[in-house]
Ligand binder design. Structure first.
Ligand SMILES: [Zn+2]
Length: 70
């Protein structure tokens, strides 16, 4: 019997460990790829505010709209 253990030294993680995109901390499995739910939330909010321009037109009377009436 050879004392060979194929399992040994062949431990590959299911997910690649990546640093949190927000604070570069080691990512947490629960909030992957973020380190915590908080960072996940922050990023989500950023995403919504930055890339997603939802047509929310309320309580904004100072809108500088130019009417194309000539
Ligand atoms: Zn983080």
């Amino acid at each position: 019997m050879s004392g060979e253990t194929p399992e040994s030294g062949k431990i590959s993680p299911l997910r690649k460990s990546v640093p949190c995109p927000m604070c570069k901390k080691p990512s947490d499995r629960a909030a992957y790829p973020f380190c915590s739910q908080r960072c996940k939330d922050v990023d989500l909010n950023r995403w919504f505010n930055g890339h997603y321009t939802v047509p929310v037109v309320e309580s904004d009377p100072a809108s500088d709209q130019i009417d194309a009436e000539d």
